[in-house]
Design a protein around this ligand. Structure first.
Ligand code: SF4
Length: 201
């Protein structure tokens, strides 16, 4: 049997490489990687936190969207899942965690409480996480269904894919910088309550 000539071997190598070759833009490739490998930090404070657990579980399986690597260190996370009521006492902590997360970072607000204070129209409850940090996606419900949370994650993935502008993030100024929250003092909570007057007319 005759062995293939050099030109035949080169030809078949060319054909093989063409059959696998793809062309894309670098930023599209990076966005593909980002949106399919988000590492969430679950900031679960109330009943929505329990509901979030079912999103992670085998039935709804957030892993299908590449976001199952839950991290409890902000320095290893790029998606903050705010799930539950945020009291004004917690606001400085929420800001600090957000600040410590990696860039590019995203925030998903899960449920009525995290998005607007919910039915807690009360002096001690933050009337929405967006009073102190920039929120990208709001998921309605009390609690939202796991399907709704998955829809929120998919919405975020689409935003990353489309490079959707995020002025709320670009224009965000840390309450620590503005002085609304005073860093490292026992007066943090008092400062939030007295200076931000969060959500109240
Ligand atoms: S939105 Fe409803 S389920 Fe979620 S934390 Fe608030 S009260 Fe609980």
């Amino acid at each position: 049997m005759n062995s293939p000539t050099n030109s035949q071997a080169t030809q078949s190598a060319d054909d093989l490489s063409r059959s696998f070759a793809i062309t894309t833009k670098l930023d599209a490739l990076v966005a593909w990687g980002q949106r399919n490998a988000m590492w969430p930090l679950p900031y679960g404070t109330a009943c929505c936190g329990i509901e979030l657990m079912s999103v992670m579980g085998p039935k709804y399986d957030l892993a299908r969207f590449g976001a199952e690597v839950v991290r409890f260190s902000p320095r290893q996370a790029d998606l903050l899942l705010v799930a539950g009521t945020i009291t004004e006492k917690m606001a400085p902590i929420l800001v600090r965690i957000y600040e410590q997360m990696l860039e590019p970072k995203y925030v998903l607000s899960m449920g009525a409480c995290a998005s607007s204070g919910g039915f807690y129209r009360a002096y001690h409850v933050l009337q929405g996480a967006d009073k102190v940090i920039p929120v990208d996606v709001y998921v309605p419900g009390c609690p939202p269904t796991p399907e709704a949370v998955l829809d929120g994650v998919m919405t975020l993935q689409k935003m990353i894919k489309d490079h959707t502008p995020r002025p709320w993030k670009d224009n965000w100024v840390s309450p620590y910088t503005t002085g609304a929250i005073q860093a490292g003092t026992p007066d943090d909570v008092k400062a939030v309550t007295s200076k931000l007057q969060l959500g109240r007319p």
